[in-house]
Structures are given as structure tokens and as C-alpha cells.
Design a protein around this ligand. Sequence first.
Ligand SMILES: Cc1ncc(COP(=O)(O)O)c(C=O)c1O
Length: 424
Amino acid sequence: MNHKIIKKVQTCVENQNDWRGKKTINLIASENVCSKLATSLSYSDFAHRYAEGVVFHREYQGQHYQDQIEAITIAAVKRLFNSKYADVRCPTATIGNIAIYYGLCKRGDQIFTLSVPNGAHISMRKFGGAGLRGLKIFDIPFDYDNYNIDMDLFGNLILGIKPKLITLGASVFLFPHPIEEIRKICDETNTIIHYDASHILGLIAGGKFQDPLGEGADVVIGSTHKTFPGPQGAIIITNNEDYFEKIQQGIFPGTVSNHHLHRLPPLTVVCEEMQEFGEDYANQIIVNAQFFAKELDKRGFKVLGKKLGYTQSHQILLDLSQYGKGLNNALLLEKADIITNKNLIHGDLVNKDTFNPSGMRLGVQEMTHVGMKQEEFKLIAEFFERLIIKEESIDSVKKDVNFLRSKFIDVKYSFDEELGGKNE
Ligand SMILES: Cc1ncc(COP(=O)(O)O)c(C=O)c1O
């Protein structure tokens, strides 16, 4: 045994758990942490197995408990999101989007998605899944005043192009998309509405943001690890049997072989947590995001979407062009143990500086999940001001960051307290 390498691996895992799990204030909008109960069920023999096919129709033997857990998870997802059909096999939403494009479209079909600078995820675009499927991609027009889809322009474009499918949803997602309006037009053109709820799935679970299936989306996909605080993976839900069957073909044999079965027990636990605590959790996320945005604005930061109340999701978008741009500030904040990411914003299209864009995307969901409220977000806004505007010493801010975080380690909105630590 190479003891040196084993020791290095152990130390690396310990350091990661200690730093990212206990010391940093994480404001990456696409991440979260699971409850102790969900974590305790995250690694099991399921991690070693294959279950190609669908529940009770598999390629291999030995499926008894694998069928059981997948059936339980599907039922929990359908109950939580009030959908007729659910598939839980995609290990990532990127793969899920590819499976949807494979199932519902054919090479050469025309689709609409947002552009990347306006919030699209790469899996919806030419260099990602939609491009792999050979789809012809048009940009959904965007209105920067309302920070949303420009319906005046979009309606006519849909009627003119008659796309096979429209992908709504985004990685930068401040305000709900106008699904009902788009549905009415798509009914005339026979266009499928695919809604990517990856970022806001936990808000939807809590009955906030918007109800995509209820408002007229045909198919909804979401990551299970962003605002939805579960294991990394994705779910797909729909009420349309025909689309469901086609997407299932897109998943297997299309894009997934083993589907990381060990995700399913923790995913089910988190569905149950969201049934019980989801509304409070989602509500607090939105309260925290709006409050944090206002506190940053008060201190001199340019927060986009101000006249619309900044945000209706977990995200805030900053324009840091006056303070040295996105990447430089993300690096500065990281030195003080505040984790963020640079982001493209509208002006960057003109300047074409995509490596160090002017924007920064912040998400409050993980720190909300560990119990932070307005009082704590006021302190975090102060940390931003102290570091970026007042240029205070990194060490002194970092000390305060670590102290604040040390009081918020365990996940709230979960069954952990009820179980009294038995699940450790
Ligand atoms: C809108 C959207 N869709 C899909 C994805 C891809 O998710 P995953 O990392 O699960 O592949 C992301 C990732 O951040 C996203 O923002």
C-alpha cells in the first residue's frame, strides 16, 4: 500500500470537509448541503450496482431492492411536485437535458433557448447537448429593463419560426418566466415547452417562484442539489405520457447506463423534508435574497433588477464594473473564505471580456439551509463592503467570516433535530 498517497487523500478529504463544510460562507448559487439523515444514506451497496431499464423491467438480475428504492423515490417525487410521471435516473441535469433533446427532437429541429449571457446553461446551446443533438438554436429575446423574456418580440418569433421546442429556465434566474403567455402561443404552433428548473427546484418544491407544470410547461427538469438540497443528480417530471415515454428512451438506452442508484435513498429523504419544511425553507431563501440585495445596494454595490425588487429567487446579480470586475473580486472574497463566482452580464457582450466579466452571481440557499437569516446576511453584506469598498485587511474580515460560519454548521429544515443526532 502506498501510505503516502492514502494519507494525502485522507488529508485532502478532511481539509475539504473542514474548509468548505465549516469555515467558508458559500454563496455559489448552484450548490447546497444535505441533512445528516440524507448524508447517512448516501453511500451504500446501491453505489456498486447497475439497473439498466425501468423499474421492474431491467437488463440484469439482482434488482429486488433496486426496484424498490427507485419506485419509492419516483412516488416521492410525483407526490412532491404533483406530477403524473417522474424519472429519477439522470445523474446530472446536463445529461437530462440531452436525454430530453434526444427523446423529443430530431436532428435539424429548430428550438429556442436564452443565450448564455442572458442566463442559459451550456447544455441548452450549440456547444452543449442541443448542439450534440444537431438542433438549430435560436435566441429567446431578452428585455434588460424587466430582466426577463421580451414577450413583445418573442411571440412573433415563435409564430414565424414554429419551433419544435422551447427551453425556458436558466442558470441566472431572478424572475419567473411568462410560461402562461408562451403556452398560449405554443398551442398555435404545436411547440413543446421544456422548462429547466435546475436552479429553482427547491423553491418550486416549497410552492414559491412559479409552478411550471401548472402554468403550462410540458416537461420540467431540475437538478436535485441547488436550491433543492439533495444529492447531486436530476429529476424529470411531466403530465404527458407520450413525452414521458420518449424521454425515457432518451435516458436509456440514449444517454444513461448506470444511474448512480445510491442517490435515490437521500433523494427520497429530501423529498420528504421538502414536504414538511419546504415552504418555510423556500420562503426564507427569498426573504434572505431580497434582504441581502438591499443591504448590498445600501452599501454602494450595483445590484441588477433593483426596480423590480432585485430578485424573486435565491439569486442576486451584481455589476462590479466600478470595483474591479467579477473574477478579481471573487478571488479577493475567496481569500477571506467567502466563495462566489464571476458571471457574464449584459455589458460584457459589448466589451467581449468573458474571462473577467463584470458580473457576480450570488445565491443564499446554502447559508439559508444552515439557518442564516437577515441578521447574518447583514453581516455578510458588511464583509463585502469591508473587503471590496473599504479595502480592509483580508485577515481581519476572514476572522469574522469564520466566526460567523462556526455558529451555522448543521442543516435546518430537516428531520435531523427530531432524530437527535442518531443518524450521525
Ligand atoms: C439551468 C441549468 N441547467 C442545467 C444545469 C446542469 O446541471 P448539472 O450540474 O446537474 O449537470 C445547470 C448547472 O448549473 C443549470 O444552471
